[in-house]
Design a protein around this ligand. Structure first.
Ligand code: HEM
Ligand code: HEM
Length: 220
């Protein structure tokens, strides 16, 4: 039984989740571009590659903007959360080995102790966002159940992956939960609020272009 489930989640479902992620991302970005081109010529004509890149660069550097310096703790957590969220699965030894077995390509990997620490950083980030959503009135006002659900969805592959990596009791179950939740997370990126990953360069680029090219001002 467990063996069959493992076979399904670690085989065909890996492909399904990757295809949903890739095709869904292309679809979302293309349909955004089409909509912008059709409905609102202003958006496209404002776009200025120099101001767009200048703004994107400013907003991916920690503490480069005034609003980040105004919220130093949130900024520290948000940056360490995102860096660990993206780098840990790509450079995790267990993942690199699985990819090498399947496709015979491989790359540099993180020492296990560092990967563990980065995994815990992501989980701690989720707990921080959770508490912030619950106690800050201005954030709470904008929060509904789906925000909590999405936070749990991010934490799930990290918590279950950590559990499996420590070889704690229930290893097989933890591994199945890990792979399944990782697949659901990956596939959900284009279709949920996680699509901010896809739209970030465009929203930031647009703001930078409008502020730089039209208002002759900075947007940070
Ligand atoms: C899609 C298929 C996936 C497979 C087949 C897979 C497989 C694995 C395996 C075999 C382990 C190691 C368990 C052990 O040491 O015995 C692991 C650990 C881990 N995986 Fe995945 N994984 C997948 C997706 C993901 C995703 C999408 C994420 C994050 C977004 C993720 C994050 C992690 C983390 C954080 C660990 C543990 C790190 C540590 O504390 O050492 N995995 N995974
Ligand atoms: C490189 C791509 C990404 C960029 C540039 C980005 C950027 C951001 C920014 C600017 C924020 C707001 C932080 C603040 O208010 O100071 C944020 C929040 C967040 N992002 Fe991302 N993000 C990316 C990828 C992702 C991915 C792939 C996921 C999950 C799969 C994710 C999950 C989250 C979560 C959970 C929050 C906090 C939500 C909350 O407050 O409850 N991000 N991101």
């Amino acid at each position: 039984m467990m063996h069959d489930i493992y076979y399904i989640v670690s085989g065909p479902m890996v492909w399904i989740s990757m295809v949903l992620f890739a095709a869904g991302s292309l679809y979302r970005v293309f349909s955004m571009g089409l909509l912008a081109a059709k409905k609102d010529h202003v958006v496209i004509s404002y776009m200025n590659i120099r101001y767009a890149l200048r703004s994107i660069l400013h907003w991916i550097i920690p503490y480069a903007s005034i609003s980040m310096r105004r919220r130093p703790v949130m900024t520290a957590v948000a940056f360490s959360f995102h860096i660990c969220l993206i780098l840990t699965p790509i450079f995790l030894l267990a993942h690199v080995l699985l990819i090498k077995e399947s496709w015979n390509i491989s790359w540099w990997y993180l020492p296990d102790r560092i990967a563990d620490a980065m995994t815990l950083t992501v989980i701690a980030g989720c707990i921080f966002f959770l508490i912030r959503r619950a106690i800050r009135p201005e954030v709470r006002y904008l929060t509904d159940a789906s925000d909590y659900f999405l936070l749990a969805l991010v934490a799930a592959p990290f918590a279950s992956g950590f559990w499996a990596a420590q070889h704690w009791p229930g290893y097989n179950l933890a591994l199945v939960i890990h792979i399944l939740s990782g697949e659901v997370l990956l596939a959900s990126i284009p279709f949920t609020r996680f699509s901010h990953m896809l739209f970030f360069p465009f929203t930031r680029g647009y703001m930078g272009s409008e502020f730089g090219g039209v208002r002759k001002a900075k947007d940070w």
